[in-house]
Write a protein that binds this ligand. Structure first.
Ligand code: AMP
Length: 261
C-alpha cells in the first residue's frame, strides 16, 4: 500500500501515519524527520536545510525529491509506504508521479486531514507543552512565529495539492478535528470501504430458496385468480406452462451447444 497523508502542520499526520504503519506493515516516510536527521548529522543536505527549516520555509524541491527517490528504493519500503510531509508543492507531486511510474508503482490513495487553521496554533501549543512535560527537546520550528510561517507555506504551496489529487481521482478527505480514534476510523473506511448493505433484520436466503418462494407466490396468485375467473386462469396457466417448456428447451439447447462447442 502506498499512501500520502496531506494536511497542515499539527493536523495529526504523524499520529495517523504511525497507526497505519502498524496496521498495514508499511513504513512511514517523513521528509521532516529525514531532514531533521540530516541536520543533526551535519550532512551537506542538512547544512542546506537547517536555516530554511528554522525559518519555517520549504526546503527546495530538488533536495526533498532526491531524498524521497533514494528512500523509496530501500528494501523496507518495497511492501509499501506512507508519505508524511511529502509532496508539499505541485512540482514535488509531479516529480513523485514520474518517480513512481518509472518504477512501475502506483499510489493507492491520498488522504487529506482537514483542519481549521485557527485550531492549529492550539494543537502545536499543546504539542510543545507535552514535549516539555516529557523533558524532551523542542523542535526549533515549534514556536508561534515559525508556526505561522509554516501554516502560510501550507496554504500557499501545499493546499493546491488537494485539487491536484482530486483531479487524479485519488483524494479522500477526513475531518482531522475529530478525536484521534474517529479520524482513524474514517481513514480505515476510506482505505477499505465496506460493501454497501441495507440492514433488513432478515436472514439472507439462498437463490434456490428464493426461486422456490417465487414459484409458491405465483401458484398462490394463480389459485386466487382461478377462483375469481376459472377459464382465464386456465388459459394463463397453459400459456405459462408453454413459456416454461420453451425456456427449458432453450436453455438445454444452449447447454448442449456449449457442451459441443
Ligand atoms: P514537518 O516535520 O513535516 O513539519 O517538516 C518540518 C520542516 O521540514 C518543514 O517546515 C520544511 O522546512 C521541511 N520540509 C519537510 N518536508 C518538506 C517537503 N516535502 N518540502 C520542503 N520542505 C520540507
Amino acid at each position: 500500500m502506498r499512501l500520502i497523508l496531506l494536511g497542515p502542520p499539527g493536523a495529526g499526520k504523524g499520529t495517523q501515519a504511525q497507526r497505519l504503519v502498524k496496521k498495514h506493515g508499511i513504513v512511514q516516510l517523513s521528509t521532516g524527520d529525514m531532514l531533521r536527521a540530516a541536520v543533526a548529522a551535519g550532512t551537506p543536505i542538512g547544512q542546506r536545510a537547517k536555516d530554511i527549516m528554522a525559518r519555517g520555509e520549504l526546503v527546495p524541491d530538488d533536495v526533498v525529491v532526491a531524498i524521497v527517490a533514494d528512500r523509496i528504493d530501500q528494501p523496507d519500503a518495497r511492501k509499501g509506504f506512507i508519505l508524511d510531509g511529502f509532496p508539499r508543492t505541485v512540482p514535488q507531486a509531479v516529480a513523485l508521479d514520474r518517480m513512481l511510474s518509472a518504477k512501475g508503482m502506483k499510489l493507492d490513495g491520498v488522504i487529506e486531514l482537514k483542519v481549521d487553521a485557527n485550531i492549529l496554533h492550539d494543537r502545536i501549543a499543546s504539542r510543545v507543552a507535552d514535549t516539555k512535560a516529557r523533558g524532551e527537546a523542542l523542535r526549533p520550528d515549534d514556536n508561534p512565529d515559525v508556526l505561522r510561517r509554516r501554516i502560510e507555506a501550507y496554504r500557499d504551496q501545499t493546499a493546491p495539492l488537494v485539487d491536484y489529487y482530486r483531479g487524479q481521482g485519488a483524494l479522500g478527505s477526513v475531518n482531522g478535528m475529530a478525536p484521534i480514534a474517529e479520524v482513524a476510523d474514517a481513514i480505515d473506511r476510506l482505505l477499505d470501504p465496506a460493501p454497501p448493505t441495507k440492514p433488513t433484520g432478515k436472514k439472507p436466503v439462498s437463490k434456490t430458496v428464493a426461486a422456490k418462494r417465487a414459484v409458491a407466490a405465483k401458484v398462490a396468485a394463480a389459485k386466487v385468480a382461478g377462483r375469481q375467473n376459472p377459464s382465464a386462469a386456465r388459459s394463463r396457466a397453459a400459456a405459462s406452462a408453454g413459456r416454461g417448456a420453451a425456456a427449458r428447451g432453450k436453455s438445454t439447447l444452449r447447454k448442449t451447444k456449449s457442451r459441443r462447442g
